[in-house]
Structure formats: structure tokens, C-alpha cells
Design a protein around this ligand. Structure first.
Ligand SMILES: Nc1nc2c(ncn2[C@@H]2O[C@H](COP(=O)(O)OP(=O)(O)OP(=O)(O)O)[C@@H](O)[C@H]2O)c(=O)[nH]1
Ligand SMILES: [Mg+2]
Ligand SMILES: [Zn+2]
Length: 292
């Protein structure tokens, strides 16, 4: 029995890679029914080309269907204009699913007017990297951050997610032909999600599915929201109430920090929007449960 990772899944076949070879495997009914996902570590029989067991997962995302994602490259650029609410939702999604986010500010050879704001509001709590996929600025730094991990790109359409992934592969001479061909195919088939090997245990997925992150994918109660804001952590202990939501409560140290500029006001305003969204969603769920 060998150990491998599922790189791709098409109809009933699974592309499983061990250290150096690729095997196209099938799986027994009940194993298939429980689900084998791209990113899964599996035990398989390399002669019979059969998957025998799925090993324990770190996490599992529904949309896009991806197991064991460790890192998310959130790409922004001056154009299209950054959607900060979406950025905050993606960061929240990473927090909930224990995924390490890296904020990549692309197209800096053209314009980086927005970057100062992003570095100021996010740089203290998250990795922020200024890059140019076209001019290959800081791509080597990004590659270091990817090393040994499973990562996926995310962000608005047109920010340069595919360009970024291509720039990572361009100087991998051995893999270039094989991978760029696969990436081109990946562009036309948005429905399936596929991992591309950068080197060793380093994989990356170009996943269009993250672009629209709806609130129901943030499966937390609104009460848990503040805990996912590292910006609040230094202050929330000083709020009068332990369960402070930092909204209308009196003696709220978080709101005080927003007033004095220690917490970014715009990010706080977006926090209140996400909180309202989550509350609405909670209500809807309770309502639909009552009516079944
Ligand atoms: N100037 C500049 N343009 C870039 C850079 N990276 C990407 N672009 C351009 O931005 C546009 C979108 O790039 P894509 O890589 O297709 O964007 P994407 O995020 O994959 O978009 P979707 O697949 O629609 O989600 C293209 O016209 C690219 O040429 C960059 O580093 N600098
Ligand atoms: Mg793309
Ligand atoms: Zn508070």
C-alpha cells in the first residue's frame, strides 16, 4: 500500500500522486460515497490502481471542494478596485477554517496607490506582500511562503490570480510545459478544482470558486465574530462586558480604539456589516428550522 495525494478528480477517476509518480485510480463504492476530495491524503494500491483509505483531514471546504488547504493567497490590485468587504470575508473564512492567509497586492509596476492603506490596516496582523506577476517582482518571496504547503488563490475576477500562478511556474523549467498546459485547461473548466505541483510537497490551486464568498460559507454564530479579529485582541480584554460585541455597549475599549485611530475605522465599519449579515443569517436558519 502506498501513500499519495489526490491532485484531480474527474468523473469517477482520481489522479493520485506519490513522491514522484502519477496514478489514475478508482475507489470502492462506500469510499466514493463518503467523498474523496482534491487535496486528500490517501492510501492506495499502485498495482490495482485502487484507493483503499482516506487519511484524516485538516479541513474540508465545500465550495470549491478542496481538502487540507493550508494557505490562501488573497490577491488584490489597483484595478479592479479592491472590494474590502470581500477581503474581510475571505480573512474570516481563513480564520474559521484554520487557513493561513497571505495578502498579495499585484500589478505594483503600474499603480500602488491603495497599498499604503492596506499595509496600514492589515499589515500588523496579516502577511502583506507587494508583487507584480508580469514583472516578477517578489515572486521569489511568495514562493518561499508557499514551500511545503497546499495553497489556493482567491480574489476578485481580474486581479491576476492566474497570472500570479503562471509567474510561479515560469522559471520551473522542468515543470513548465506540463503545468502551463494544465493551467490553460483549468481556465476553461471552472467546475473542477485541481492542485498543481510547484515542487516537492508544494501545491497550488487556481480556484475561481472563492471569488464570491456568500455568508452561509462563514458557518459561525455572530457571537463568535469578534474572536476572528486580531485587530481587536489588544483591546477587547478591557471592555466592560466579557461578551462585548463592540457595538452599542458602554465602556467598550474596541470602540474607543476605533475613535483614537488605533483600530482602522473602515475595517471596524465592515465588521459591523458582517455582524449584521451573520445575525440575519442566524435568524433565517432558526426561522426555517421552526417551519419544517
Ligand atoms: N499590469 C499588470 N497587469 C497584470 C498583472 N497580472 C495580471 N495582470 C492583468 O490583469 C488581467 C487579469 O489577469 P488574470 O490573471 O486573468 O486575473 P484572474 O484573477 O485570474 O481573473 P479570473 O480568472 O477572471 O478570476 C489580465 O489582463 C492580466 O494581463 C501584473 O502583474 N501587472
Ligand atoms: Mg483566472
Ligand atoms: Zn467592546
Amino acid at each position: 500500500m502506498e501513500k499519495g495525494i489526490v491532485l484531480k478528480k474527474l468523473s469517477n477517476k482520481f489522479w493520485v500522486e506519490d513522491i514522484s509518480n502519477l496514478f489514475i485510480c478508482s475507489a470502492r463504492g462506500n469510499l466514493k460515497d463518503n467523498g474523496i476530495f482534491v487535496g486528500d491524503n490517501v492510501l492506495f494500491n499502485a498495482d490495482a490502481l485502487n484507493i483503499k483509505e482516506v487519511l484524516k483531514r485538516k479541513n474540508l471546504l465545500v465550495r470549491p471542494p478542496l481538502a487540507n488547504l493550508e494557505q490562501m493567497i488573497i490577491v488584490l490590485a489597483y484595478a479592479p478596485k479592491p472590494d474590502y468587504l470581500m477581503l474581510d470575508k475571505l480573512l474570516l473564512f481563513c480564520g474559521i477554517n484554520k487557513i493561513n492567509p497571505i495578502i498579495c497586492l499585484n500589478k505594483i509596476e503600474v499603480n500602488k496607490d491603495e497599498n499604503e492603506y492596506i499595509k496600514k490596516a492589515y499589515g500588523k496582523f496579516y502577511s502583506v506582500l507587494e508583487i507584480s506577476a508580469h514583472k516578477k517582482i517578489n515572486i521569489d518571496k511568495l514562493k518561499k511562503l508557499l514551500k511545503g504547503k497546499i495553497s489556493a488563490s482567491a480574489g476578485q475576477s481580474g486581479v491576476g490570480k492566474s497570472a500570479l500562478i503562471n509567474s510561479i511556474f515560469d522559471d520551473e523549467k522542468t515543470a513548465e510545459g506540463y503545468l502551463s498546459e494544465k493551467i490553460l485547461r483549468g481556465k476553461n473548466t471552472t467546475r473542477h478544482c485541481e492542485l498543481f505541483k510547484v515542487s516537492g510537497k508544494t501545491y497550488i490551486a487556481d480556484t475561481p470558486g472563492f471569488s464570491a464568498l456568500s455568508i452561509n460559507l462563514l458557518n459561525i454564530s455572530y457571537r463568535d465574530l469578534p474572536a476572528f479579529y486580531p485587530d481587536f485582541a489588544d483591546f477587547s480584554d478591557n471592555c466592560k462586558y466579557n461578551s462585548c460585541m463592540h457595538l452599542k455597549e458602554i465602556d467598550c475599549a474596541v470602540k474607543e480604539a476605533v475613535k483614537t485611530g488605533l483600530i482602522d475605522n473602515e475595517r471596524y465599519q465592515r465588521y459591523t456589516i458582517i455582524l449584521e449579515d451573520l445575525k440575519e443569517f442566524d435568524k433565517k436558519i432558526k426561522y426555517s428550522r421552526k417551519n419544517v
